[in-house]
Design a binder for this molecule. Structure first.
Ligand code: MG
Length: 244
């Protein structure tokens, strides 16, 4: 593509898929949902056996809702450590030792990693695109170590010249700062960069606002935002190469 000097990617649900069906099923209020809470509870109840699973699970889901609400205020990242502090707060546990919190965070991270999958085709595409352009990665993720482990595990890390994870910079897409960090590391101007991601608000709104060319990977899970038009919309990541 004329004028493009660097290509930047979102990570989750763009390059790496998230397989929810690898999590345990939790039945609650007549509904079945997939959650990492059963595995977390096994660890948790060793120290707090008096708290029933249902109470734990509701607090676990509630802590996620707390974090989402906090993020919505100004797109500041709320890390996994803080999320689990909210969990303890909801359970009325004021004196949770740091090691208990760390144990839950690490166990949760392992659960998430088990669910991640990088299709071979995505890695191959990155290698081909990477042979033509310097690549950047800008990810909204609340636990940096997990994102780095996923990048190592799927052998994606060497593909990128710049990797920026929200948990490390403190703000999330669509905030300008997180894109700017990657552009600085790639030494390109926004107008010379193309960004591809699946989340309309984070990826398309963020990239457009910064003046990058925005490619929306529309996987049917994210709603467009009024007044914002992506430069290109694709249904499969493989369609990206035809645009470049
Ligand atoms: Mg995504």
């Amino acid at each position: 593509m004329r004028g493009v000097k660097a290509v930047l990617f979102d990570l989750f649900d763009t390059l790496v898929e998230f397989r929810n069906d690898r999590l345990h099923v939790v039945s609650l209020d007549g509904r079945e949902i997939r959650s990492s809470s059963p595995v977390l509870y096994e660890l948790f109840k060793g120290r707090w056996p008096e708290v029933p699973f249902e109470t734990f699970h509701r607090a676990f889901v509630g802590s996620w809702e707390d974090v989402r609400a906090e993020r919505e205020i100004d797109d500041r990242e709320v890390t996994a450590d803080v999320r689990f502090q909210r969990l303890f707060a909801r359970l009325g546990i004021a004196d949770a030792p740091l090691e208990a919190l760390r144990g839950l965070v690490a166990t949760h991270a392992r659960q998430l990693l088990r669910c991640m999958e990088c299709p071979e085709a995505n890695r191959d595409l990155l290698k081909r695109v990477g042979a033509r352009y310097p690549l950047g990665l800008v990810s909204n993720f609340d636990h940096a170590a997990t994102a780095w482990t996923a990048l190592e595990q799927f052998e994606l890390r060497p593909c990128f010249r710049s990797i920026v994870i929200s948990a490390e910079v403190g703000v999330r897409k669509p905030r300008r700062e997180i894109f700017q960090r990657a552009l600085n590391e790639l030494r390109v101007e926004p107008a010379d960069a193309l960004f591809v991601g699946d989340d309309f608000r984070a990826d398309v709104v963020g990239a457009r606002r910064m003046g990058l060319t925005a490619v929306w990977l529309d996987r049917g899970r994210s709603q467009p935002v009024d007044g914002v038009v992506p430069d290109h919309t694709i249904k499969e990541l493989g369609e990206l190469e035809a645009l470049l």
